[in-house]
Design a protein around this ligand. Structure first.
Ligand code: FMN
Length: 202
């Protein structure tokens, strides 16, 4: 089939997100200007450069009560942490995606513990095996089909990296042991537990 992206596709559900899959999930913790911790998953997320190591996430549309807390907090306080979302944490990841008011701390809502970060103020998810401490670089505001909805891509520089010691095997990050979650379309997720290696051509 083919359809023009801004015209009806004729399918029972929008297929678009399934066409860019799997997407890693950045489980992003921030702290508000008032000091309230916040945590939410973002699958429009990725690593985008190595030197410096930088990541992005995109915040699409508002909550019923106003703008999404994550982008508000990052723009106001300049810091965030990317926590790895894993199979073991899938229910907690989902719980933190609820459209909660800014005064609600999702760590408490989801029954998660916090660990202090070393270089930024937002806490880390204690149960998550990998954390990237990030400093805000810039926001790229994107066109939005609905003028009332902000579409924005946030870029951050990774300044600190935590890797749980038991997730290193012979000095390599053991992805099959980590079992990272990824997002597809609809309500679908995938888990990585089958890894293969392939050398690049000379
Ligand atoms: C797995 C998953 C991935 C998500 N990815 C995104 C995303 O990339 N961008 C976005 O705006 N919302 C995304 N959401 C929805 C947000 O998590 C949700 O709107 C959340 O309440 C935002 O919280 P906040 O206001 O504390 O930032 C995702 C939800 C789930 C469950």
């Amino acid at each position: 089939m083919f359809y023009e992206a801004d015209k009806p596709h004729g399918l029972p559900h929008d297929p678009l997100k399934s066409c860019v899959a799997p997407r890693p999930i950045g489980w992003i913790s921030t702290i508000s200007a008032d000091g309230i911790a916040n945590l939410a998953p973002y699958s429009f997320f990725n690593g985008i450069s190595v030197a410096p190591f930088a990541v992005m996430f995109a915040s699409n549309g508002p909550q019923p009560h106003g703008p999404k807390d994550t982008i508000t907090n990052v723009e106001e306080t300049g810091e965030f942490v990317v926590n790895m979302a894993t199979w073991d944490l899938r229910e907690k990841v989902n719980l933190t995606s609820a459209p909660l008011l800014p005064e609600v701390d999702e760590f408490v809502h989801a029954g998660l513990t916090t660990k202090p970060s070393k270089m930024v103020k937002p806490p880390r998810v204690g149960e998550s095996p990998i954390h990237l401490e990030c400093v805000y670089m810039q926001t790229v505001d994107l066109p939005s089909d609905n003028p009332e909805f902000r579409n924005a891509m946030v870029l951050g520089r990774v300044v600190g990296v935590h890797i749980a010691d038991d997730m290193l095997t012979d000095g390599l990050v053991d992805t099959a042991k980590l079992r990272p979650l990824s997002r597809m379309g609809y309500m679908e997720y995938a888990v990585i537990d089958d890894v293969f290696t392939m050398a690049r051509p000379e």
